[in-house]
Design a protein around this ligand. Structure first.
Ligand SMILES: C[S@@+](CC[C@H](N)C(=O)[O-])C[C@H]1O[C@@H](n2cnc3c(N)ncnc32)[C@H](O)[C@@H]1O
Length: 212
């Protein structure tokens, strides 16, 4: 396992407040994840069909909630790279998962410090709503994917319910919402993803796109 801190291209200052917020909840975040959440995530990830040897980037990985599901599927010949801009969450993720096929990078998901074409899958769970530059994150994901690679965005609740929850959570995330299906499909299109599919029901927001 390795831990890297992206030193180039520091975060814009308007992101400081959000980063501080996520850092402040980093130590207790794991307690919010229920067994039902993990069961639903397992089901979704099974359907993605991640092959042994695959390379996966988890954007807004937090404390590494997806890491175990992902690392078991990529096996010893693949790897999982988690990215999060909140140092406390990222350090915890690295501590929780001291495996050779996992690395954690402290960086902005909207400005990725990777070469082009290095991942088979970019996945983001429960984080996309918080990204300040959503178009940018989608474009950057396209850039780091291999041809045929997929971007998968997951929230285990629909956009209306999520917006209400963030509104109640306080200033730092009060305006963090999700684009509607049409807006998201347009963002995927602008970034040149194909086969874009968006589900937005009361209990699920799931979007996938393929890099041709
Ligand atoms: C609600 S938490 C979810 C964390 C994890 N995916 C999970 O489900 O447990 C959202 C995460 O996104 C991260 N985040 C928000 N904006 C980010 C950005 N621009 N770049 C990197 N990480 C970001 C936060 O630090 C936080 O850890």
């Amino acid at each position: 396992m390795s831990y890297l801190h992206q030193t180039k291209g520091a975060l814009p200052t308007y992101m400081d407040k959000k980063r501080e917020y996520f850092d402040s909840i980093g130590d207790t975040w794991d307690g919010n994840v229920t067994a039902e959440d993990m069961e639903r995530l397992t089901h979704i990830i099974d359907r993605i069909d991640i092959r042994p040897g695959a390379t996966v980037c988890d954007l807004g990985c937090g404390t590494g909630v997806l890491f175990d599901l992902l690392r078991r599927r990529v096996g010893e010949t693949g790897y999982v790279v988690g990215v999060d801009f909140a140092p406390r969450a990222a350090h915890r993720a690295a501590r929780n998962f001291p495996f050779d096929n996992i690395a954690v990078v402290e960086a902005n998901a909207c400005r990725l410090p990777f070469r082009g074409g290095v991942f088979d899958l970019v996945i983001s769970y429960s984080a996309f709503a918080h990204f300040s530059g959503k178009d940018e994150m989608i474009r950057q994901s396209h850039g780091v994917l291999n041809s045929g690679g997929r971007l998968v965005i997951i929230h285990l609740m629909g956009r209306t319910k999520l917006a209400e929850m963030h509104h109640r959570a306080g200033d730092a995330v009060a305006r963090d919402d999700l684009p509607d299906r049409r807006e998201l499909a347009d963002m995927f299109g602008r970034a040149r993803f194909s086969h874009c599919e968006v589900t937005d029901t009361t209990n699920l927001y799931l979007a996938t796109g393929i890099k041709p």
